[in-house]
Design a protein around this ligand. Sequence first.
Ligand code: HEC
Length: 160
Amino acid sequence: MESAMKAKFIGLAGALLLSACGQNAAPTETVKELMATKVQPTAKLYWDSVQYISDETGDHDIVPKNDAEWERTRKAAEDLGKLGELLKSDAYAAERGASWVQFSQGLIDISKQAEKAAADKKPEAIFEVGGTIYSVCSACHQAFPASTPEPGASATGGAA
Ligand code: HEC
C-alpha cells in the first residue's frame, strides 16, 4: 500500500493526469500546508526586513537598503493580505464559522497597515506592525489549535 505522503507527491507531480482520471479533486491545500509553505515564509520575509540587534559590539540594525528591498517588504505585506483573503474564503472558512472569518479579516486589515509602513519606508512602523501581525497569528492559533500538537508545545502559554 502506498504511503499517503507518496500518493500526495504523485498527486502534485501528476495533477493533470490524476484529474483526467477524475480520481482526486483535492482543490485546496490544507490549512497546515498553507501555513507552513506560504503564510509563515511570507510573514518571515516581512519580519526579517527590519531587525534591531544589539550585542556587545554595538547596534546592528537591519533595515531595507534599497528600492528592491523596500519593494520586497511591501510585497510580502500585500501577499499576506491575499493569504488572509484566501483563509477567509469559503474553501477555508465554511466549516469553521464566524470567528475564523474575523481572524482572517484581522490578517487582511493588519496587512494593509503593514503594506503602508513599507510603502512609506518607515522601519519603526514596520517593526511595530510586525509585532501586531504576530498577535494576529497567535490569536487565531489559540482559538484554532493545531491538529497535532508540536513537540515541546505543551507549555501553558508561559509568562514570557
Ligand atoms: C484564521 C486563522 C489563522 C491565522 C490568522 C493564522 N493561522 Fe497559522 N494556523 C492556523 C491553524 C488552524 C493551524 C493548525 C493547522 C493544523 O495543524 O491543522 C495553523 C498552523 C500554523 C503553523 C504550523 C504549520 C505546521 O506545519 O504545522 C504555522 C508555522 C503558522 N500557522 C504560521 C502562521 C503565521 C506566521 C500567521 C500570521 C502571519 C498565521 N499562522 C496566521 C490558523 C491561522
